[in-house]
Design a protein around this ligand. Structure first.
Ligand SMILES: Nc1ncnc2c1ncn2[C@@H]1O[C@H](COP(=O)(O)OP(=O)(O)OP(=O)(O)O)[C@@H](O)[C@H]1O
Length: 306
């Protein structure tokens, strides 16, 4: 595996739809063999960016290179496979027939049975597409993406509609593909999924790159959440008073029904303080959600631009 080489290179790319700038001056590169997550809330520009990488739509400004070629040249040559949310499938074909039909359209492809085993769909190859669950359909899409033995896999929210165990199986298959040297770029809403399965994360917000690195880099310094059932009222202590004791600006809280969630970089000391005084029970200390990290990072960015 040559990590010097770039699978995807994006330089100062902007895409506008009328007056809306969906992707705004974005630059990053993806080295060969990397598993990279594009993380961001709805409307951040993830799908638009993936569509440009696949050559489905063209940028208004900037440069995109995929495996050393223009995006359309890389895609039509079968070197790029994609799992998209919208790709149409024929309901009345079986899973195996779908793969055989698409394989017949390609001059060069991997054996259908091998691809089925690798995507974990060999156990339901005879099943009609219309009888497949959301997770099974996504696996079929993954198998279709693998057919041409692509060097680069582009996945747009590939685990949509899967339960936790299907997600885990899916990502295990995906990692086996990454170990064969394939580059994988996937879009997701989920911080946990990005953290668990990507080597690197590019966080997008309103079409711009908000952060680029590991989830640990992004969450460090943004504190943890100490969350549990709040007994402060019966103890005569308000959460505002707890916040004053723990450094004012560096801590905040919100109620979630009978539970309270404090977020602070001083989470260990806070948890100890609350537990010693029986102010909280059923405590969980968790990392912040993608939404929290995202809002804090974009807040930091807005502050530094002021
Ligand atoms: N064909 C289009 N015409 C007009 N606006 C579009 C088009 N495609 C996307 N947009 C707009 O561009 C912005 C970015 O959309 P995009 O689908 O890329 O975001 P996303 O991060 O993939 O969101 P989601 O997670 O909801 O799929 C949104 O405001 C969207 O409404």
């Amino acid at each position: 595996m040559n990590t010097e080489q770039k699978a995807v290179s994006i330089e100062a790319v902007t895409k506008r739809f009328g007056s809306l700038t969906a992707v705004d001056d974005v630059s990053f590169t993806v080295p060969v063999g990397e598993v990279m997550a594009l993380l961001g809330p709805n409307g951040a520009g993830k799908t638009t960016l993936l569509d440009m990488i696949l050559g489905f739509t063209k940028q208004n400004a900037g440069r995109i290179e995929v495996l050393g070629s223009q995006p359309t040249a890389a895609t039509t040559g079968g070197r790029v496979g994609a799992v998209l949310q919208t790709r149409g499938l024929l309901d009345d074909l079986s899973v195996r027939e779908t793969l055989q039909m698409v394989a017949a359209c390609h001059y060069r492809h991997l054996p259908v049975e091998d691809v089925m085993a690798r995507a974990g769909i060999d156990t339901f190859g005879g099943q009609k597409v219309k009888k497949c669950s959301g997770g099974q359909v996504q696996r079929l899409r993954f198998a279709l993406a693998l057919l041409t033995d692509p060097q680069l896999l582009i996945l747009d929210e590939p685990t949509a509609g899967m339960d936790a165990s299907a997600r885990r199986d899916f990502w295990n298959s995906m990692h086996a593909e990454a170990e064969r040297g394939r580059t994988i770029v996937f879009a997701t809403h989920y911080l946990q999924e990005a953290d668990d399965y990507a080597d690197r994360v590019v966080l997008l917000g309103k079409g711009r790159v908000v952060a680029d690195g590991s989830v640990a880099d992004m969450t460090n310094g943004h504190g943890k959440t100490v969350e549990g059932i709040w007994h402060g009222r019966t103890e005569g202590l308000e959460p505002e008073e707890v916040c004053r004791r723990f450094g004012g600006d560096n801590i905040r809280f919100e109620y979630e029904g009978a539970r309270i969630a404090f977020t602070t970089s001083n989470s260990d000391a806070l948890a100890l303080f609350l537990l010693e005084r029986s102010l909280i029970s059923d405590v969980r200390v968790t990392r912040p959600s993608m939404e929290n990290v995202f809002f804090e990072l974009t807040d930091d960015q807005a502050r530094s631009e002021r």
